[in-house]
Design a protein around this ligand. Structure first.
Ligand SMILES: *Cc1c(COP(=O)(O)O)cnc(C)c1O
Length: 383
């Protein structure tokens, strides 16, 4: 029994029973192969590239349990999970619908690489389900969305996307990295496959790269076989670190939800701040939708200052607790200007169309004391 509540399951689900030699913590199986590899069928040979050591098994069981899904698979990175899943679900001649404003790496894969595989795509407005049917083609096979958009943390019509997929016999995929399984569980809303950068909230300590695909057992089995061939396995030692990080996922994310809401409220009331993007604010245009889908509004937010890019640069110079860097989901508060970092590769025009101004600041809120964080922002804004 691993418990009804997600806070219990994140600690106990998937753990080997009986425990291996009684060990409370699953030992690291730092071995490439196992003596019993034997005469099994290729995908069942006990060989660590095939993601089948006890360190992988425990993660697969835990990830499936905490997202209320049938099966899960870890991968060497979020991008390995995403690209391998896309190349499993889609083949030459297929067409796929993507929500616009995708994570940068995914956007680049879609726009630079998919054509080489003979796969066609269209972008759709995630807020406007009425416009999706017009983008369908006879060869459309899948729809792909993200739980929250980066960096404006918008929330699309997620339930409609899963329903649309069922109605039109498409595979529904969602990148659930920003929400984490604590705040949103795609399988409960009808999604076939959820994808994660385990580098972010799942691990939570900014010290490894990993990914995961979670969902229907038959689909995950197909992704597993393709991953076995493409080779994007997760090393057993990285499995151990991810496993260790995940045990505190609920605690961390609950704290990050609280901290982010408090910072969003503080910024929203500050005279030098012109706009705050956070679905937890009652005034946010995504609030009703977020409230319906999410158990918490997450640790990601973005905002703009009256003084634009120059004021943003000054603020970031003066912060002492928040650290200026890309990436997200760690215990430490991280801050970045998307126009100069994550979204630098887009043209100024494209950024403008997406609503990403030069002065926009993205915050990944950590688990520090909320008093220290607010003091840090207050001092930096007022000096
Ligand atoms: C970071 C990230 C990815 C890519 O994950 P990696 O682990 O860096 O490969 C994919 N999607 C989202 C939303 C991310 O934040």
């Amino acid at each position: 029994m691993s418990g009804k509540n997600i806070s219990t399951r994140v600690v106990h689900a998937g753990e080997p029973r009986p425990r291996i030699h009684g060990a409370i913590v699953t030992p690291i199986f730092q071995t490439a192969m196992f003596e019993t590899a034997g005469n099994a069928e290729y995908h069942d040979v006990k060989y660590s590239r095939l993601n089948n050591t006890p360190n992988h098994d425990v993660l697969h069981g835990k990830l499936a349990s905490i997202e209320s899904a049938e099966a899960a698979l870890v991968a060497a990175s979020g991008m390995a999970a995403i690209t391998t899943t896309l190349l499993t679900v889609l083949s030459t001649g297929d067409h796929v619908l993507f929500q616009d404003c995708l994570y940068g790496g995914t956007h680049d894969f879609v726009t630079h690489d998919l054509a080489d595989f003979g796969i066609e795509y269209d972008f759709i407005d995630g807020n406007d389900p009425g416009s999706w049917e017009g983008r369908l083609r006879p060869n459309t096979k899948a729809i792909y969305v993200e739980t929250m958009s980066n960096p404006l943390v918008g929330v699309s019509e997620l339930e409609a996307a899963a329903q649309f997929a069922r109605a039109h016999n498409l595979v529904s995929m969602i990148d659930n990295t920003f929400a984490s399984p604590i705040n949103f569980r795609p399988a409960e809303w009808g999604f076939d496959i959820s994808l994660h950068s385990g580098t972010k909230y799942l691990n939570g300590h900014s010290d490894l790269i990993s990914g995961a695909a979670i969902g229907k057992a038959d689909l995950i089995e197909r992704v597993r076989r393709r991953l076995n061939h493409l080779g994007g396995c997760l090393d057993p030692h990285a499995c151990y670190l991810l496993h260790r990080g995940m045990k505190t996922l609920a605690l961390r994310v609950e704290r990050q939800n609280e901290n982010a809401l408090a910072i969003a409220r503080f910024l929203d009331e500050h005279p030098k701040v012109s706009r705050v993007n956070y679905s937890g604010l009652e005034t946010n245009e995504n609030h009703a939708r977020a409230k319906k889908f999410f158990d918490g509004y997450g640790g990601m937010l973005s905002f703009e200052l009256n003084g634009g890019g120059d004021a943003a640069a000054r603020l970031m110079d003066r912060l002492t607790v928040a650290t200026v860097t890309v990436s997200l989901g760690g215990v430490e508060t991280l801050i970045t200007r998307p126009a100069l970092s994550t979204h630098q590769g887009l043209s100024a025009e494209h950024r403008k169309n997406l609503g990403i101004s030069d002065g926009l600041i993205r915050l990944s809120v950590g688990i520090e004391s909320i008093d220290d964080l607010i003091d840090d922002f207050r001092n930096a804004l007022n000096s």
